[in-house]
Design a protein around this ligand. Sequence first.
Ligand code: FAD
Ligand code: DHB
Length: 393
Amino acid sequence: MKTQVGIIGAGPAGLVLANWLRKYGIESVIIELRSREYVEGRVRAGLVEQNTKDILKELGLDARMKKEGIVHDGVYLSFDEERVHIPFGELTGGRTISIYGQQEIVKDLTDAWLQEGGQLHFETKATKIVDFDTKNPKIHFEKDGEEEIMECDFVAACDGFHGIGRKTLPHKSFQSYDITYPFSWLGILAHVAPSTDELIYAYHENGFALHSLRSETVSRLYIQVDNDESVDNWSDDRIWSELSKRLATPGFELEEGPIFEKGITPMRSHMIDSLQSGRLFLSGDAAHIVPPTGGKGMNLAIADVKHLVDAFVDFYTNNSEVKMESYTRIALQRIWRAQDFSNFMTKLFHKQDAHGSFTYRLQKAKFDYLKVSRAYKTTIAENYVGLPFESFE
Ligand code: FAD
Ligand code: DHB
């Protein structure tokens, strides 16, 4: 098998990359470990930043998101049962977010790629990336028990946190940074109309809670739980009771409904400071993990791909390697910004120490400042909707 860009992984990063390269006449092939059913059914993020919306529009792949997604012009932030509203449009010159499930974006991108004849091999495992320090790198992969080789000009490892891309980078070529948080998120999907028109992030003495949504009849909610928790300890009643306590503010009532999905996600920050080696490039979760508070993971993955597309287009149309050489430097600016914002949101809204402790008082001082400062609200708004690409170029 031979192509120009060999892509490992059919998550948001790999699929956006393939669809975007095709617009410029650059050939690619995607290999994906899991089945199509598995990838399209995987419940993950739902917050789509302005930049991601703009990219999907530019690719002509935003029709269903425009129809079924929900545009939000603000967010509610709560602390000890007090609530502040952050109006995005007013503070950021009209930028907004949309709520539309990651797996719906993945379905739209997969359909578009396959409909136009794109090659995507499901249930195919990349086992080795070799010769990426030459002009002829290769991906070794296994399909139906057979070993095969894909020859390409470049390898894009969009293979998530557990993929082989990061493990293949020469160990001495990068430094890594990690934070493991002492709590996790229990996330649910429930058949019930959202009790809010915009997302609510809440600090409560029992721990963090987030009310998000998916549609007029489906709500997505999360609560902070201990790292060693199991979903088996969380009956539907216990979840709803905890959510209503943690999201409470005067006059607010949480509607309950049947829960049809429950899962626990650990929280970590992970970074490496080089996303490339020779002709191997990493994008998305393959290179970085942010804690989910603030919904940056998928958006960051797609932002990396924008810079990678710029680099490949420059190479294939201008025979220039300038943008390729600066891929890591350009992408890392946004990634570190998102790491900081996700860490800030996590620390502001999660219970980290006893209620009333010094840490708690610092959290509360931040929230009290937020209530009175337009500048502080603007900082949160512009990070939340995502800074424009020009800010980092
Ligand atoms: P992925 O979506 O992980 O895609 C990588 C793909 O590569 C996968 O399909 C994988 O099967 C494939 N792959 C891996 N190894 C191989 C191999 N050897 N060969 C071939 N294919 C391979 N973010 C938020 O903002 N909010 C959330 O609530 C949230 N919840 C999450 C819950 C979970 C359980 C996880 C894991 C992530 C969550 N995220 C969340 C993060 C967000 O979903 C990711 O940032 C996003 O999926 C990154 O996209 P990606 O394309 O880089 O990686
Ligand atoms: C969602 C997830 C997030 O991590 C977040 O900060 C906001 C929304 C969601 O799944 O809808």
